[in-house]
Design a protein around this ligand. Structure first.
Ligand code: ISL
Length: 565
């Protein structure tokens, strides 16, 4: 039998299938491609592989718009390919987690096709249909049932000529929101989840799961000065029946099954909400992705970012350590398929590329929580040098750009925002080697390969003790070797400068000290006497720099880890 909290000592690796490995030369990654790269994951030492969506989909949002939950999209392969991959992952002692996207479906899902066919269709109520606003001509600006803005720009409402009503879509118009108030919807979702678990998958990453319970009145949201739309977040996130639904899902799907891992993706979640989601006694999910630290650098909008002050990132993460210290559990991540590359965003992808990639990883992985590695992060992959709008593929980026330009921003300026924050930075193909398409495909890649793959690639890093990859491998191994990493308490340490992030982990007599300089300037740590005395003479069990003693000056982005037993 497996411990119910086995995932505390696990590291999860996220695969974005479209950009991982192509096996058939069509320029998009696929399941056989993933199968052919399992050596990479085994070598890295990760325990769980999470696949971004591979279900049948028109790909308006790269698979986060699903038209058949029980089939694999032809771009990625077949159900047989899936079974082969699952078996191979299991053979190597790893687990496989599916992405569960059930806040919305594709507009091409048969449920929605039926729902939109007539006002009295039995599935009409499976989605959110509303009348035009009174006094406005249907389909005209202002006639939307409320003022909410879509995550992907524009109104959250799309007008359907055929029946004269609007449907709700918090994301793209090709992603209509399911109506979770309807028990048939919930039953259909749970049935589909059991189908995948019966097939052998080991859990789910649940896409925007905190948005499934809407405030049924769907009231207008507050409007920022001069902005054309209102913010519906207060009426869509953390809704009145959210935790009831989560507990029902647990009962209907997870009860009586062992060895699973569940993680809710919960943009904007508060600490209080995160505790409700992850307190094991409540039987909802094992952990959630919170978003505080990936929103810190947003300015007036995500695409108008601001620089972070020294220590700001780590201070935010430390608040979450404290918030979930007593009950609940953190997911630890700096990157995923929605975020710019962490070494470019939070580190220094120029002079201190290697040091900052490894320092950030050290600071993150040795906190209390389950770490997530996003594909390519373990190689120190950087943002893409895209400069033209034609380089971009993502619906969020393209819509934002179009809206910005329509609003009068010069195109050259609008594209600059994407240069820092587009989700496409995370979606360039994994850099396997220095060959023309980085070993990703023999065809034309669906999005450009980063030209720096001649320097930054897996082949060049394997076995090189100085590489980002080998550092990640050792960091992941530490979690498996030292129980304090998974189970210890988190004790923040004052090291005398905001750029120096230091903390101890404590489990009985076992202790860990983590000291990192998250800046491009050298700093000497100044520790409280008690801590300095405790660690006098200690030698690092892991470091990316020259320093030895805990109090030795830290070079730019130097990280050192000490252990005592
Ligand atoms: O990246 C974002 C936009 O700036 C986030 O708001 C993101 O849309 C949010 O985190 C939800 O993400 C998830 O659901 C989306 C999908 O596009 C993302 O890829 C997915 O991770 C809709 O399914």
């Amino acid at each position: 039998t497996i411990a119910p909290d086995w995932w505390k000592s696990a590291v999860v690796y996220q695969v974005y299938p479209r950009s991982f490995q192509d096996s058939d030369g069509d320029g998009a990654g696929d399941l056989r491609g993933i199968l052919s790269r399992l050596d990479h994951l085994e070598r890295l030492g990760v325990d769980v592989v999470w696949l971004s969506p591979i279900y049948r989909s028109p790909h308006a949002d790269n698979g986060y718009d699903i038209s058949d939950y029980r089939d694999i999209d032809p771009v990625f392969g077949t159900l047989d390919d899936f079974d082969a991959l699952l078996a191979a992952v299991h053979d190597r002692g790893m687990k496989l987690v599916m992405d569960l996207v059930v806040n919305h479906t594709s507009d091409e899902h048969p449920w929605f096709v039926e729902s939109r066919s007539s006002r009295d269709n039995p599935k009409r109520d499976w989605y959110w249909w509303r009348q035009p606003r009174e006094g406005f001509a249907p389909g005209q600006p202002g006639a939307e049932p409320n003022n909410w803005e879509s995550f992907f720009s524009g109104s959250t409402w799309a007008f359907d000529e055929n029946t004269g009503e609007y449907y709700l879509h918090l994301f793209d118009r090709k992603q209509p929101d399911l109506n979770w108030e309807n028990p048939e919807v919930r039953a259909a979702v749970y049935d589909m989840m059991r189908w995948w678990l019966d097939r052998g998958v080991d859990g789910f990453r649940m896409d925007v799961i905190n948005l499934i319970s809407k405030h049924p009145a769907l009231p207008d949201g507050p409007v920022r000065d001069g902005h054309p739309y209102g913010d519906g977040f207060a009426f869509t996130a953390g809704g009145p029946r959210l935790h009831e639904f989560m507990q029902e899902m647990h009962r209907e799907v997870f009860d009586g099954r062992e060895g699973l891992i569940t993680v809710g993706e919960t943009p904007g979640v508060t600490m209080e909400e995160a505790r409700l989601f992850t307190d094991p006694a409540r039987r909802e999910v094992d952990m959630v992705f919170q978003f505080e630290h990936v929103g810190l650098d947003h300015g007036v909008s995500k695409f108008r970012p601001r620089p972070l002050a020294p220590g700001e990132l780590a201070a935010s993460l430390a608040r979450w350590q404290v918030a979930l210290a007593e009950s609940g559990w953190n997911s630890l991540y700096l990157s995923n398929h929605d975020q710019a590359r962490s070494v470019s965003r939070f580190g220094d992808d120029g002079e201190y590329w290697r040091e900052s990639a490894t320092a950030l990883a050290t600071m993150l992985h040795l906190q209390r929580g389950t770490p997530y590695v996003y594909q390519g992060e373990e190689l120190g992959m950087t943002n893409a040098p895209f400069s033209a709008i034609s380089d971009y593929r993502d619906v969020e980026s393209l819509n934002y750009y179009a809206q910005d330009v329509a609003g009068g921003t010069p195109p050259a300026e609008a594209v600059i925002g994407l240069g820092a924050m587009s989700r496409d930075h995370a979606r360039t193909p994994v850099q396997w080697d220095a060959s023309p398409n980085a070993g990703f495909t023999t065809g034309e890649p669906w999005i450009a390969v980063n030209p720096n793959h001649d320097r930054i690639n897996a082949e060049a890093q394997y076995g090189d003790p100085e590489s980002v990859f080998e550092y990640y491998r050792r960091l992941i191994a530490l979690r498996h070797e030292l129980p304090v990493v998974a189970h210890g308490t988190f004790e923040q340490a004052d090291a005398g400068h905001p750029a120096i992030v230091a903390f101890e982990r404590v489990l009985g007599d076992e202790r860990l000290l983590v000291v990192t300089n998250l800046s491009s300037v050298e700093h000497g740590p100044v520790f409280p006497v008690e801590l300095a005395v405790r660690w006098t003479g200690a030698q690092p069990v892991l470091t990316n720099g020259p320093g030895r003693e805990p109090t030795a000056t830290l070079a730019p982005w130097e990280a050192r880890v000490y252990a005592s037993t």
